[in-house]
Write a new protein. Structure first.
Length: 176
């Protein structure tokens, strides 16, 4: 990676599978797919073991690909409180893995991600995955969790570019 590119790690947290997506963004805004995968956490014998697999997997990805920034999807409300709690714990573990490697973490709601990629906050998963493929010039079907993580990274790239044009912080750029 040259100094004119920024490498962004996108994370779609989950307690069974966590999506990982890495893109490089050139100075002119062009984006390049670097890596994507689901971290499958089901091999662990219990939930704390899943969190350990998540930490280890993220540290391995961070150490190998050396992102300069991270974007993660915020937790949405769930009808099942236990599922929401586990998702929140997985998200917290993912954030802790990143800050332990001195990476700044940006957070985006699912609606913000859909708006950034498709142009409407109520877009469905198929529309988001289609736009990820178009924006990164990818052929074939992407694994769902990895595609969602790439969408988070692309959203952060768009928000960073807007913030740079406005001369403000990324959260200020999104809120204007």
């Amino acid at each position: 990676m040259t100094s004119t590119r920024v490498r962004i790690l996108g994370i779609d947290p989950g307690s069974q599978r966590t999506g990982i997506g890495i893109i490089d963004v050139a100075a002119d805004g062009r984006m390049l797919h670097v890596h994507s995968q689901p971290l499958v956490l089901l091999a662990a014998e219990d939930f704390p073991g899943r969190l350990r697999l998540l930490l280890d997997g993220l540290w391995q990805v961070i150490d190998e690909f050396r992102p300069s920034g991270v974007a993660i999807e915020q937790v949405f409300l769930s009808k099942n409180p236990m599922s929401a709690l586990k998702l929140g714990q997985a998200r917290g573990a993912a954030m802790a893995a990143c800050v332990a490697r001195d990476l700044k973490v940006a957070e985006y709601a699912a609606r913000e991600i859909k708006l950034a990629l498709v142009g409407k906050g109520g877009a469905d998963k198929a529309q988001v995955q289609h736009m990820v493929g178009i924006l990164l010039n990818l052929k074939g079907k992407l694994q769902a969790d990895a595609a969602d993580a790439l969408a988070v990274a692309i959203t952060h790239a768009h928000v960073r570019a807007s913030a740079a044009r406005l001369g403000v912080d990324t959260r200020q750029a999104w809120g204007r």
